[in-house]
Design a protein around this ligand. Structure first.
Ligand code: AVI
Length: 319
């Protein structure tokens, strides 16, 4: 059994450093990756089922409808490398459609979760070689050196998680995918498209308050892991459109002037002051392709739903 304690300790220290740094800035901010502790991951699962949250069901429908075309784009005997292995049903749709895939390489920071989903997939696709890699896909990391070299590699990044990266991070990530798949490789990326705000904002501020609970859970996590004294009832969830960044931002707004302790430090909040906890960037297809071009990719194919809410973009290496 792999000893996960060193990784967990490193994670805890990285969380502490990010929280203390982010809450000391004049404009308070926290990296969105910390939203996903066990409870946060559960709440995100709930979000994906909400009537207002269209991305998951729209992307899943595109993958189902276009499975054959996507499989043709990927080609036979492919090695599918999935960055962030939380996709479940989407992964199954693609693996089931692919022509005799050689291997599946899920990459995720959550080792336990990765092991569970690998086990589930082994039962569904017993003939498939599954090679989980525990890594933060936004960091530099290597794939196992004994992965077959002759099979075409496909980087799979569904979920529109690309939108949670800054443009610079997205370019660095896509460049790393390019290095992993090589010149003959391809990528299939889920991209949430720019759309009217009356559709966009409720997706991040749902009537049942699940997204609010997801966002405010970050305070609960800080209390538990960093000896914090946040009273979540004195803060509120906020979703706002940043037109310049073309992003929906999640913030946690302080409802009163207050001082909170975190890891032995005192953090003061003015009434109305916010912590920026996530940006979810929305792209036009052309803007996304231009971004991917900076990382050495060109558009291969684009699959969209009829309402133009979401795109699954097939990328080829720019020769
Ligand atoms: C994971 N990611 C693509 C989600 C998004 O839509 O940006 C995270 C999320 N945040 C609030 N709701 C969903």
């Amino acid at each position: 059994m792999l000893d996960r304690a060193p990784l967990q300790a490193a994670q805890r220290e990285a969380f502490r450093a990010d929280v203390l740094e982010g809450l000391s800035k004049p404009a308070k901010t926290l990296p969105s990756r910390w939203l996903y502790d066990d409870r946060g991951s559960e709440l995100f699962e709930e979000i994906t089922q909400l009537p207002e949250y269209y991305p998951t069901r729209t992307e899943t429908a595109i993958l189902r409808a276009e499975a054959e075309a996507i499989a043709a784009f990927c080609g036979p005997r492919a090695t599918l490398i999935e960055y962030g292995a939380g996709a479940g049903v989407k992964t199954e749709i693609v693996l089931a459609a692919l022509d005799n895939p050689a291997s599946y390489v899920p990459v995720d920071i959550a080792g336990d979760f990765l092991a569970l989903s690998a086990e589930r997939l082994e039962q569904r696709f017993p003939w498939l070689e599954i090679r989980p890699v525990v890594a933060d896909f936004t960091d530099d990391f290597d794939l196992p050196s004994d992965l077959p070299r002759l099979n075409r590699r496909i980087g799979f990044f569904p979920g529109s998680t690309i939108g949670n990266l800054s443009p610079a991070q997205a370019v660095a990530f896509l460049a790393q995918v390019g290095a992993h798949v090589g010149d003959a490789g391809r990528a299939v990326v889920g991209v949430d498209l720019v759309k009217p705000l009356d559709r966009l904002v409720p997706a991040y501020d749902d009537a049942a308050g699940v997204t609010a609970a997801f966002n405010l859970n970050l305070l609960v996590r800080i209390n538990r892991e960093l000896d914090g004294t946040f009273d979540p009832a004195r803060f509120a969830h906020e979703a706002r459109w940043n037109a310049e960044e073309q992003a929906i931002e999640m913030h946690i707004r302080s409802l009163a002037p207050q001082v909170v302790a975190v890891a032995g430090r005192e953090i003061a909040f003015a009434e109305g002051e916010t912590i920026h906890t996530e940006s979810s960037r929305k792209y036009g297809v052309d803007a996304f392709v231009a971004l991917a071009a900076e990382a050495g990719w060109r558009a291969g194919e684009v699959w969209r739903d009829a309402d133009g809410l979401f795109a699954v973009v097939g990328l080829k290496r720019a020769a």
